[in-house]
Design a protein around this ligand. Sequence first.
Ligand SMILES: [Zn+2]
Length: 494
Amino acid sequence: MKIAVLHFVHETVTFLSNETTLDDFIYEGSPAKGEALLSIDPKSYMGGFVKAAREHSDVELVGIESPLQPKTGIGSGWITTEAFEHFLGKMVDELRSQGPFDGVYLALHGAMGVTGVPRPEAEIARRVRIAVGKLTFIAATFDPHGNEDEAFLASADLAFTVKYYPHYDAYLQGTRAARNLIRCIRDDFTPTHASRKVPLISATVLQWTGGSAWMSLINRALTWEAREPDVYVNVFFGFPWSDVPDAGMFVQVTTNGNPTLASAIVDDMSHAIWRHKDTLLTSTKIVSVSDAVAEAASACLRGAFPVVIADHSDRSGYATWVLDQIIQQALSDTIIAAVADADVLDALQEKQLATGDEIEIEVGGRVDPSAGQPLTVRGTLVTVPKLHAKDAGKLPFVTIRFAHNNLLVISRYLVQVMEPSELAQFGVDVDAYKVFAIKSRVHFRRGFDDSGFAKTIIITEPDEAFLGTTRLDGLEYANVNLSSFYPYGKDITL
Ligand SMILES: [Zn+2]
């Protein structure tokens, strides 16, 4: 059994002005092929797929040369047509030259935005299908933030989407893709699908599956998978920061040759979403930045700390809204991780400032309206790290102590802190602080909430309808008609 393995992943924020270019996908280690490709992310989709596939001694995996995540991470806009065509063209050529294959595994995300290609993942499946022929089975894994519709499974056979946010089950979905792809090849599984668009669109911060109605929705999908053999239920939550025609929620069900059951489950899941549409949009409470800082102060007074203030909306890393209120309200014992500002770091590096130096800086803001104004901070440099090879000669961060036991981390790029232990990289003693002002939407729940670490969690965003806030009506969509989605349009029906 010979199975080709491909990887092409990006969560594209098409509203960012910097394109994702060919060059962004090319760096040491990327593109990757062969065993190097198969060994990326051992605890995620790829690791699960490879582990489960190799439990079968008669399976040969062929890692086709594939780009890894671009250097820009999730901080870049439209992927250029050139980059997409370059990599997909090479993959398809390699599939032809190394084939025939019994199966193909596509490690995807689902929220790729490519200039001139309305449904990139479906286009990948379509071209792979042409290359490998009708008899080869194609399986894929997806992130729940994918924007998908019927088009993908029109060319592919199997899709497995992560259910939880934070994304705890990526490895599990990888194993499912492998096992069921192999079962298809052995004629033990006949994938039969049903799917349905659900006209609901939401900001990702609202999609935390640790609280209901999202938790009950996921539980409903898991219940279907438990009560019926060979049923797989995918719920795409959607990624509203990709301006693509298949945005919004989408339910996809696969059964083993039972179209009636697939349709019944799709109907059940879609109606459940629709019945709970209001709670889905309101189960995460978002407060203004001034209220967030005031609530943090009162939580400290009554002993309900550690407190997390999560600014979920910052897409550049430069936003200063929370820092501004921390200064104005004189909040103490707070770590701010982080405000990005490459210029400040370059200036400190040029002046060769060191630990213990008193400094006054203008930090953050500027890059776009969503980042707010730069702020003046006076304090003492605490950590000025030694440079490593990966820093390419540039200071990656510094920390500054100011006011009453506050510590500000200034970083070069947007930093999303997901676990308290990650703060050690900035030389931070976690026990010395009561409030953790971080930039994360939901992923921080892994280490700060689900772990039991924080006693109070406050999610905040600026009042204006900036990119990244829950106010999707502040975005200028060209390919999404917001008025055809709940809660933006009138009289929307399922
Ligand atoms: Zn995601």
